[in-house]
Design a protein around this ligand. Structure first.
Ligand SMILES: Nc1ncnc2c1ncn2[C@@H]1O[C@H](COP(=O)(O)OP(=O)(O)OP(=O)(O)O)[C@@H](O)[C@H]1O
Ligand SMILES: [Mg+2]
Length: 326
C-alpha cells in the first residue's frame, strides 16, 4: 500500500487552565489514504474539531499540540511556523467548514477567489486560472458558471455557496480535505447532494478526506472508515460497514441506537443516557464507564487499550465481539 496522505500518531492537544491541563484530544492515532474518506463521529465536545484544527494549524491558543506527530504525505506538519502552515493549507490541505461564509471573502467575486487561490499555489497563467475557475464551478454544479464567476458570495444560496467552497477547497489540487460538518447548516434536501458531490470529486482526484459529522447517515453514505471519538480519545476505528453492522465499543453501539440500519440516511446520533464527562472531571479508568451498560469492575480502574491504526478496533476492555455477545 502507498504511504498515507495523512498520518496522525498519538496526537495530544492540551489547554492549560487555572484548574489544570485539559486534553480535548488525547493520544489519537490514525491514517487516511489517498482517495479514502475517514468519517469522524462522536457527541458534541468529543474533540472532533480540535483534532481537525490541529491538522490544519488552526488551534486557538492557549490550545496547542502537546504531543504526537502529524504528517501530510510523509512530511511533519505539526511544528510548522505560521507562514509555512498557511502555504500548506492552501496547497496541500483544503478546508470545508459548516458555515460557507467563513471560507469566502464577502468582498471578492467568487471567480477572483478561485483564480487568486490557484495563482498562489499552481504554476499556471492568469488566463488558464480564469478558465479553470469556470470549469471548477461547472464541476460543482453551479448553473451558468461562466456568468456566475462574476458574482459575490451573498448572491448565492447556502447550498450553492457550499458548492463554491468545495470548488475553492479543491482548486489548488490538495492531497487532503478537512470537512468539518460541511452540511450541518444546510437544508436537509441539499445535504445529500453536497455529500455526494464531495465524495465524487475526492474519489476522482484521489483526495484524502477527513469528514467530521454528527450524522451517522452521512457516515454510512460517504465514509470508507469511521473513527468514533469520546472525551478526546478514539473509542473505535474501523471500516464503516463493520463498525455500523457490528460495533465493538458499547459507545458506538449506543450512538447508533438499537436499529442503526433502519435509521440510515436520516438519523443523527442516538441519545445515550447521561452526558459526556467534562474534560476537567474525567472519571478514572475508561472515560465511558459511568454511562456504559456493559460496565464491569475493571473498567472503573483501567482504561481500555489504545487504538493504534492497523492494530485494534475498540478502546474497550470488553469489546462486543461475536464471542462476547453470544
Ligand atoms: N478555550 C477552551 N477552554 C476549555 N475547553 C475548551 C476550550 N475550547 C474548547 N474546549 C473544549 O474542548 C473540547 C473539544 O471541543 P471540539 O470543538 O473539538 O468538540 P467537537 O467534537 O468538535 O464538538 P461539536 O460536535 O460540538 O462540534 C470540548 O469539550 C470543549 O468544551
Ligand atoms: Mg466541532
Amino acid at each position: 500500500m502507498s504511504d498515507p496522505v495523512l498520518s496522525i500518531r498519538d496526537l495530544t492537544v492540551e489547554i492549560p487552565t487555572r484548574h489544570g491541563i485539559l486534553r480535548p484530544v488525547d493520544g489519537v492515532s490514525y491514517d487516511i489514504a489517498a482517495g479514502e474518506i475517514l468519517g469522524v463521529v462522536g457527541e458534541s465536545g468529543a474533540g472532533k474539531s480540535m483534532a481537525g484544527n490541529a491538522v490544519i494549524g488552526l488551534l486557538n491558543p492557549p490550545a496547542h499540540i502537546a504531543k504526537g506527530e502529524i504528517r501530510v504525505r510523509g512530511t511533519r506538519v505539526d511544528q510548522l511556523t505560521g507562514d509555512a502552515m498557511r502555504r500548506l493549507r492552501g496547497k496541500e490541505i483544503g478546508m470545508v467548514f459548516q458555515d460557507p461564509l467563513t471560507s469566502l471573502n464577502p468582498l471578492l467575486r467568487i471567480g477572483d477567489q478561485l483564480t487568486e487561490t490557484m495563482l498562489a499555489h499552481l504554476d499556471i497563467s492568469r488566463t488558464e486560472a480564469d478558465r479553470r475557475a469556470v470549469a471548477a464551478l461547472e464541476e460543482v454544479g453551479i448553473p451558468g458558471a461562466a456568468e456566475r464567476v462574476g458574482s459575490y458570495p451573498h448572491e448565492f444560496s447556502g447550498g450553492m455557496r457550499q458548492r463554491v467552497v468545495i470548488a475553492l477547497a479543491l482548486c489548488a489540487e490538495p492531497s487532503l480535505i478537512i470537512a468539518d460538518e460541511p452540511t450541518t447548516a444546510l437544508d436537509v434536501s441539499v445535504q445529500a447532494q453536497i455529500i455526494a458531490l464531495l465524495k465524487k470529486l475526492c474519489r476522482e482526484r484521489g483526495t484524502a478526506v477527513m469528514l467530521i459529522t454528527h450524522d451517522m447517515g452521512v457516515i454510512a453514505e460517504a465514509a470508507d472508515r469511521v473513527a468514533v471519538m469520546y472525551a478526546g480519545q478514539l473509542a473505535e476505528l474501523g471500516p464503516v460497514r463493520d463498525v455500523l453492522t457490528a460495533p465493538h465499543h458499547p459507545y458506538t453501539d449506543g450512538l447508533m441506537g438499537s436499529t442503526p440500519l433502519a435509521s440510515r440516511g436520516k438519523d443523527r446520533l442516538h441519545q445515550i443516557p447521561g452526558a459526556m464527562p467534562r474534560l476537567d472531571a474525567l472519571p478514572e479508568g475508561c472515560a465511558f464507564h459511568p454511562r456504559c451498560p456493559r460496565v464491569q469492575d475493571a473498567c472503573r480502574v483501567s482504561p481500555g487499550p489504545r487504538i493504534e491504526d492497523g492494530a485494534g478496533r475498540a478502546a474497550c476492555l470488553f469489546p462486543m465481539t461475536r464471542e462476547a455477545v453470544a
